[in-house]
Write a protein that binds this ligand. Sequence first.
Ligand SMILES: Cc1cc2nc3c(=O)[nH]c(=O)nc-3n(C[C@H](O)[C@H](O)[C@H](O)COP(=O)(O)OP(=O)(O)OC[C@H]3O[C@@H](n4cnc5c(N)ncnc54)[C@H](O)[C@@H]3O)c2cc1C
Length: 498
Amino acid sequence: MDFDVFIVGGGPVGLMTASELALAGVRTCIIERRHTPSHYSKALTLHPRSIEILEMRGLAERFKEKGRPLPAGHFAGLNQALDFSVLDTRANYTLFIPQTETEKVLEEHVQHLGVCILRGHEVLAVRQREESAELVVQGPDGLSFLTASYIVGADGAGSTVRKQAEIAFFGTDASVTAKLGDVALENPPKSHFHTCINQEGAVVIVPLSPGIYRVISMASHKPQPLLHEPVTLEELKKDITSICGTDFGINHPVWMSRFGNASRLAECYRSGRLFLAGDAAHIHFPAGGQGLNVGLQDAMNLGWKLAAVINGRSSDWLLDTYHTERHPVGAELLRNTQIQTKLFDFTREGLYLRDLLSSLLTFPDVNRYLAEQITALSVDYEADEKMPEHHLNGKRLPDFELTLAGGNTKHLYSFLHKGSFLYVTFGEEQIKLPDLPHVRIIRAKAIDDRPEWDDVKAALIRPDGHVAWAVSRSQAESEQWIADGIRRWCGNVHIQSA
Ligand SMILES: Cc1cc2nc3c(=O)[nH]c(=O)nc-3n(C[C@H](O)[C@H](O)[C@H](O)COP(=O)(O)OP(=O)(O)OC[C@H]3O[C@@H](n4cnc5c(N)ncnc54)[C@H](O)[C@@H]3O)c2cc1C
């Protein structure tokens, strides 16, 4: 079979990208070097914006069944947790869910959508030509040479696609390391999120699955062991005893690993027919639990754009917006994780600073500012400069209730399940659009408690839940702008005056 897109890497980001492409009818194949999915979970959290995008596709319930909601998140493991319950979202919590479960749900979903997954295949080389992109793949039956229109590198930190595309990965190597152990504890702590932080270092313990706990330790003493040195149970036991005064009866390690604060960002997320997403584009210390989340959001931004171009509805400018919109988000992710790493300072002065910042987090505005950053709810995109100015342009939309012209109320995200655009008109119909598979049209009466929508005559909502543009009632030549805006974003469709 011929494919339009090869995705290198079947981790969470590759799977999410495949799901978005397949939803739009794009012939997609994932190439994954692992023969079977990983049994171990690096990530344990899905944050509000990720839950929102899953809700947009009608998938959130499946994740909620496998996870546990917690009303909080954290910044640098400060004693005062971040309160997510105050955020402007229906998903105002952290979903505690092991990465293995996230991948399992996504893999079932993409299989249902007909995505081909080639496991046990490793991409060795990538090349692009004017009309196509090519891969050299090592599989169980030897080498094969594959061709598609585009390639997405979702192949993690050591990305072959990034290296083959010669995209620079600027940043710094690890200077701080931490240890992780998924272990049994004979005398586990009582709380669900147990932390000990003092001049000896920091320990975090959370229950993972029946009888198994995730223990993370960062000892303050130097020098730091090298990243590739295996963690021993003795080493972990020594850390937690010196930091917590007990070893909690640690035994039976299921998985132990060491990780560090190498921070790097790809110089560009696109090179012609090649794209990078997730850890292939950005790596950092996993502080605040953000990497997988930001990767899913990269995928959500890229998928519909690539599909629009492949399906002949848009041109290259849209693909360039993937870099211009997501690269600044990656840069901000590195900045906030570097700040958090700096705060893992266990000297006396460092602990004073942590106490001070903890007390600042009790101020609602400070809590909201950092919580919106960690959860990615503060991510808005630049307004489309080809459209008239409107304060909603580029903004992320929460899942608010709309009252439809007929009087029914519906949540906004329920119209985005198929990954189409949503064209919303208020009042009299302004223009007539033909039936289009990729544009859902609704007539709305009002959006309650959202004064920022009061002046809107019509708006186009992107498949990823951001406003492409809104046109106000007072806008001169509004019908012309609306028609132009639809053609610009949704393809050259035939539009009549109403
Ligand atoms: C200790 C730790 C805790 C973390 N906790 C959190 C958290 O709580 N929340 C959070 O959001 N993030 C967390 N992260 C980060 C998160 O795990 C990563 O950001 C996430 O796995 C990135 O997903 P990905 O799909 O981009 O890459 P990966 O998960 O690395 O997947 C890449 C895939 O590509 C495959 N691959 C690589 N090269 C090739 C090739 N040449 N050919 C074919 N296949 C290839 C690999 O086998 C792999 O399956 C944590 C990370 C660590 C280390």
